[in-house]
Design a protein around this ligand. Structure first.
Ligand code: PHE
Length: 342
């Protein structure tokens, strides 16, 4: 009986599945199982009453033990089997695993520069306005003193729509629109996308961004223009800047200038970014009286200045971007490199 008991416990300990446990049950408690057989084959008549009682009791104990142990083992493996099959089908849920990171979007580098300039100009009392990208000839050319036979139209060749409208070639198209709407005095900037029929290379794009500025008031002179440009640039580059004006021709300003910035990298010594120490940055000038007249402004009272800052160009300089094509590439790896606070 002792051997059977030990063997039974050892066998049961090895049973890992419900089927194993059932096999052990049959082997010991089944019709031909060893415990059943022991009870059946013992000849009680040869035992004394004392031995009978003792043997019978031990046999019953063994049987009860076997039944209880089997029930317990069956329960245990049922649990495990349940868990194992659950693990196979259901997704694993481990609450201690760190969460999957969600990437946070980022702002386009041109948007960053635009936002910074808007903040600076708003600090100087300028409105931020926008106009249509699909424009009529009048606002893009004629009202800016660029008649249809003017050679400046060749320099700003663009995409024409079949209905005679065009993709605006510069944000200057906003000037007369704003004058008509707001009159004088007024100060506003117009950031926006422009288009030209260009062959694309590292420094030319057919789609790019400008930020136009227009200020009209009493007694405005070139000194006001220079002061505002210097205030702007020193805030953008976080230092005092030196600028110079060269004559530049644009039909809608008189006089017209190219405003150059003394290179902030080499301090005007000359380097690979600037060449001769100066960077051509902002075309500008005093608003041509004819443009003011188109806008319904009394030129005997008011004068103004305008400038057309290349936002794309400025973003290239500020962030050291070597190829203009990256801006419209749609490559997120490029966009993600720029700090949200510039
Ligand atoms: N609109 C001109 C251009 O795109 C730039 C400009 C703007 C020049 C305002 C003078 C005044 O080239």
């Amino acid at each position: 009986m002792k051997d059977i008991r030990e063997q039974f416990l050892a066998d049961l300990a090895k049973a890992g599945t419900p089927r194993d446990v059932e096999e052990v049950r049959v082997r010991y408690l089944g019709r031909k199982g060893s415990i059943t057989t022991l009870a059946k084959t013992t000849d009680f008549s040869k035992l004394s009453p004392d031995e009978k009682r003792q043997f019978g009791q031990q046999l019953n104990d063994l049987k009860r033990l076997a039944e209880e142990e089997i029930a317990r083992a069956a329960e245990a493996v049922k649990d495990m089997a349940g868990r194992a099959s659950q693990a196979k089908t259901a997704p694993k849920l481990d609450l201690t695993v760190p969460g999957t990171g969600h990437s946070v979007g980022c702002l386009h580098p041109i948007t960053l520069v635009q936002m910074e300039l808007e903040r600076i100009f708003q600090g100087m009392g300028f409105m931020v306005l926008t106009g249509p990208e699909v424009e009529v000839e009048h606002y893009n050319f004629d009202s800016l003193n660029i008649p249809s036979d003017h050679p400046a139209r060749d320099m700003q060749d663009t995409f024409w729509l079949t209905n005679g409208m065009l993709m605006r070639t510069h944000t200057s198209a906003n000037q007369v629109r704003a004058l008509e709407r707001f009159g004088a005095p007024m100060r506003a900037i117009f950031p926006g996308r422009c288009f030209r029929y260009e062959a694309i290379d590292a420094s030319h794009e057919n789609t790019f961004y400008q930020l136009e500025g227009l200020l009209v008031d009493r007694g405005i002179s070139v000194a006001n223009l220079i002061a505002v440009m210097k205030a702007l640039l020193s805030q953008v580059f976080h230092r005092d800047v030196t600028v110079r004006l060269r004559p530049g021709f644009f039909p809608f300003v008189e006089p017209g200038f190219e405003l150059d910035l003394q290179c902030v990298l080499c301090g005007g010594q000359g380097c690979s970014t600037c060449g001769d120490g100066w960077i051509e940055l902002i075309p500008c000038g005093l608003v041509h009286p004819r443009v003011l007249e188109y806008g319904g402004i009394d030129t005997s009272v008011f004068s103004g200045f305008a400038f057309g800052l290349g936002l794309t160009r400025l973003a290239m300089m500020k962030f050291g971007v070597p190829d203009i094509r990256l801006f419209n590439s749609g490559d997120v790896r490029f966009y993600e490199q720029f700090p949200a606070a510039v």
